[in-house]
Design a protein around this ligand. Structure first.
Ligand code: FAD
Length: 486
């Protein structure tokens, strides 16, 4: 569709949300054609949307800093404002004389309705209000099964979606932007006044060491992955001890890079990765699309069991066990290593996320919503769709869920995916000297092995808080109970 150029002689507002980038940004590109551009980010107060967790709040600070630098260098400084967008945007229109407002679409149900209402109000006032795609490769409400419903199973979803992925060249960053209208008296708030960074204590040292938030950090990570690390992805992506996955998830969550840019770069990358590495990677990006497809069509995904049979599941409320899981003190090294990786870096390897989530919901029988909330607070990639969908998938309550009876054995998972124990040793220094043979089951190590490794079970490292076989039987019995009741 051709752009409406009627309003190009007047200023345009571009409202940044979870699209903190200047390249492949259709809203910014549309605004760039106007006589003046007013970029704004609003710290939304009183929004019905779930507030960001602590790790993503830390990320937001740095990402906004980088975005502000970029926009400043392009000639249109970023405005930071707090309040209700439904009030702020119309006020900004008045002060700046803007004739157009642009943004990139967001698909979480709590934002979608408010955005649609604001768009309608602006249009009713004679303004050009336009939203653009970018966060996803597909429009999640548009894709339907032959029966006219949304997809609940990944494979047919992907078969239907993949051929429609347009291999479109991503939009470049604008070379420059026309500055804000002169005379418009708008005072930006300061980022420092938003207090997004943790103080007293500042727990973000591990995050700072692990990540470079911002669009440049995202592009550097993409290039490094495609050129140096994608080879072998199909086999190595499940091994948490090697750096074999892209690490792009936090950049995607904050919209510093688009899935379109990733797919385009994947197609053109000069890499010795095999076609199965490439296709596996595409499929993983597809899981993100599927999660958003589920959330867009099922707004209560983070709150309600997709499978209502689980409403009767006898979850156990055990604060002590929950705390042990959160802090990585369950006595199962692969689970604890994952939970400590999460606490230190704000990220956890996908294989270990599955094992840790399974341990919480099955071995401890703690409600998946407790785990989802902890991940929401601690993950730098916390994403309303992928987090909720993955938790429900692991718990067994989700669409296309893992069969309930498939309960991960944390020892065997550790031995299979971290055979030398590198991942455990990296994240649990207290087991640093344990030989590979016992690293995933230190309670089986003879006394002299423990002594040589400097491990005192129950003192320097916990004994298992539940017995695997007993916990497995208990979980299966609970599942049988809800199955019989159905
Ligand atoms: P790569 O292997 O490099 O994959 C590339 C991209 O594909 C990722 O960046 C991500 O956007 C997408 N992707 C890969 N695997 C999945 C998946 N299983 N589901 C959805 N998208 C996927 N991912 C999040 O982005 N945010 C979350 O809040 C989140 N919570 C999770 C909770 C649980 C319990 C589990 C089991 C998984 C969760 N995931 C979540 C999915 C997955 O663990 C991460 O996307 C992945 O580990 C990110 O690392 P990466 O970028 O190196 O992945």
């Amino acid at each position: 569709m051709a752009r409406d150029t009627t309003f190009d002689g007047s200023p345009a507002i571009v409202w940044f949300r979870n699209d903190l980038r200047v390249s492949d940004n259709a809203a910014l590109m549309a605004a760039a054609a106007h006589s003046a551009v007013v970029p704004v980010f609003i710290r939304e107060t009183g929004s019905p949307a779930r507030p960001l967790g602590a790790a993503r709040t830390w990320w937001l600070h740095h990402s906004l800093e980088r975005l502000a630098e970029k926009l400043e260098s392009l000639g249109a400084p970023l405005l930071l404002l707090s309040g209700d967008p439904a009030r702020i945007i119309p006020d900004l229109v008045k002060v700046t004389g803007a004739a157009a407002v642009y943004w990139n679409r967001r698909y979480d149900p709590s934002h979608k309705e408010a955005d649609a209402a604001l768009k309608a109000e602006l249009q009713a006032g004679g303004l050009l209000a336009e939203s653009f795609a970018g966060q996803l490769l597909h429009e999640p409400m548009r894709l339907k099964t032959g029966g006219g419903t949304y997809y609940k199973v990944y494979s047919p979803f992907w078969r239907a979606m993949e051929p429609g992925i347009e291999s479109r060249p991503p939009l470049p960053a604008p070379e420059s932007l026309p500055p804000r209208p002169t005379g418009a008296d708008i005072q930006s708030e300061t980022l420092a006044s938003w207090d997004l960074l943790p103080v007293k204590p500042d727990w973000s040292g591990g995050l700072r060491d692990a990540w470079t938030p911002g669009e440049d950090g995202a592009q550097a990570r993409l290039t490094d992955f495609l050129e140096n690390r994608m080879r072998g992805y199909a086999d190595r992506r499940d091994i948490p001890g090697v750096n074999a996955t892209s690490g792009l998830s936090p950049h995607l969550a904050s919209g510093e890079i688009t899935p379109g840019q990733i797919i385009d770069a994947l197609g053109t990358a000069d890499s010795d990765a095999s076609s199965s590495d490439r296709s596996k990677f595409r499929k993983e990006v597809g899981w993100r699309e599927f999660s958003w497809h589920l959330l867009a069509n099922q707004p209560g995904l983070a709150e309600h069991n997709h499978n209502s049979r689980f409403d009767a599941f006898p979850w156990i409320s055990d604060r002590k066990a929950l705390y042990a899981w959160q802090k990585g003190l369950t006595g199962y090294p692969i689970v604890d290593a994952g939970m400590r990786e999460l606490w230190r870096t704000g990220w956890m390897h996908n294989r270990v996320r599955m094992v840790a989530a399974s341990f919480l919901t099955k071995h401890l029988m703690i409600d998946w919503r407790e785990g989802e909330a902890w991940f929401w607070d601690t993950l730098v990639d916390a994403d309303p769709a992928s987090n909720a969908a993955s938790w429900q998938w692991v718990a067994g309550s989700g669409a296309d869920a893992a069969p309930y009876f498939r309960i991960f054995n944390p020892v065997l998972q550790g031995e299979k995916f971290d055979p030398d124990g590198d991942y455990v040793r990296r994240n649990l220094p207290e087991l640093g000297k344990m030989p590979a043979r016992y690293i995933h089951k230190p309670w089986e190590a003879p006394d002299r092995v423990l002594e040589t490794a400097g491990v005192r079970l129950g003192e320097t490292y916990p004994k298992p808080i539940v017995d695997h076989q007993a916990a497995r039987q208990r979980a299966l019995a609970a599942y049988q109970q809800i199955k019989d009741a159905a």
